[in-house]
Design a protein around this ligand. Structure first.
Ligand code: PBG
Length: 339
């Protein structure tokens, strides 16, 4: 037998000795989920009369510009420190210009929540797919591709708008090369040198975003031929791990204060390597499709939702995450209070 160092062989060592009671197990638990780890993603739709359930994301709502305040207060009252806000726009165009305007939805929703619940951290998802009529994360250029460098200029503008509205953290999710550098320069030039960035540094072109695209109304149905089905020219190939480390290295070099891996559970290996390699604050996005799977299986009676959710969140902590974005954040916060 190939014993690991410092471990005597059986029968001197008996691993079960330390598993005999709840108290012993609790005392020796290596990793914990706390309410401080949780970030709650929320959707705000303009021109909506009342908050509307999202079919493919059970118990998650599209909030109105009014109801978002109540919902954000509820999260804050449960001890959640941070929410991530997504806009569901009715004013889309080629470049997503509504998100770069002080009268646009992005500005209004951040401003409203910040005024009403100032202690709750607002993370601004900084991207264009919710605001472009073709659904891509940046404008389409003459060559028929998503234009990286034109997107960078726009990202800097959108980040400034979000910061002016009161966003505490800027989180670009579009996987454009140079996005952190462009946003950092933009923020600094407008007096926001203290506003941190959380980069969706390693974001994979994943099928697990399906329910989100329904929720945020950012499907690619109206995209030009050739760009209709996926975001593979900018999001990463799910088969690549070394490349994810390069993505993270580049973002850190450009000034990213925190990094994210997305999706979460199918990419725990990436989280682990990122944390081990860079030792920077690392987050995972437990994305819509992952959450929907938990809900669907528990609705069928095949999984116990509460247990499955907490075990999932724990897996992120064990892999090395400092925090997790999850649609189950409120449920987890309630469960943690009960314990
Ligand atoms: C937008 C964005 C997406 C998600 C977060 N920000 C969708 C996408 O890239 O297609 C997905 C979140 C989820 O699935 O829960 N860039």
């Amino acid at each position: 037998m190939n014993n690991t160092p410092y471990t005597a062989p059986f029968p001197v060592s008996r691993m079960r000795r330390l598993r005999g009671s709840n108290a012993l197990r609790d005392m020796l638990q290596e990793h914990h989920v706390s309410v401080n780890d949780l970030v709650y993603p929320m959707f705000v739709e303009e021109n909506l009369d009342e908050r509307t359930p999202i079919t493919s994301l059970p118990d998650v709502f599209r909030e109105t510009e009014q109801s978002i305040v109540t919902a954000a207060k509820e999260a804050h009252d449960l001890g959640i420190n941070a929410i991530m806000l997504f806009g569901v726009s009715h004013n889309k165009d080629e470049s997503g210009s509504d998100s770069m305007s002080e009268s646009g939805l992005l500005y209004r929703m951040i401003d409203r929540v910040k005024q009403a619940v100032p202690d709750l951290l607002i993370i601004a998802d900084t991207c264009f797919c919710e605001y472009t009529d073709h659904g891509h994360c940046g404008p389409i250029n003459a060559k028929g591709g998503v234009d990286n460098d034109a997107t960078l200029e726009n990202l800097a503008k959108q980040a400034i708008i979000a910061a002016r509205a009161g966003a505490d953290i800027i989180a670009p999710s579009g996987m454009m090369d140079g996005m952190i550098g462009a946003i950092r320069a933009g923020l600094d030039s407008d007096g926001f040198e203290e506003t941190p960035t959380m980069s969706y540094a390693a974001k994979f072109a994943s099928c697990f975003y399906g329910p989100f695209r329904d929720a945020a109304g950012c499907s690619l149905e109206n995209a030009p031929e050739g760009l209709r089905n996926d975001r593979k020219t900018y999001q990463m190939n799910p088969a690549n791990a070394d490349e994810a480390l390069r993505e993270v290295a580049l973002d850190i070099a450009e000034g990213a204060d925190m990094v994210m891996v997305k999706p979460g559970m199918p990419y725990l290996d990436i989280i682990c390597r990122v944390k081990d390699t860079f030792k920077v604050p690392t987050f995972a996005y437990h994305v819509s499709g992952e959450f929907a799977m938990l809900k669907a299986a528990s609705e069928k009676g095949w999984l116990e939702y509460d247990d499955a959710l907490m075990e999932t969140l724990l897996s992120f902590k064990r892999a090395g995450c400092d925090g997790v974005l999850s649609y189950g954040a409120l449920d987890a916060a309630r469960l943690l209070q009960k314990k």
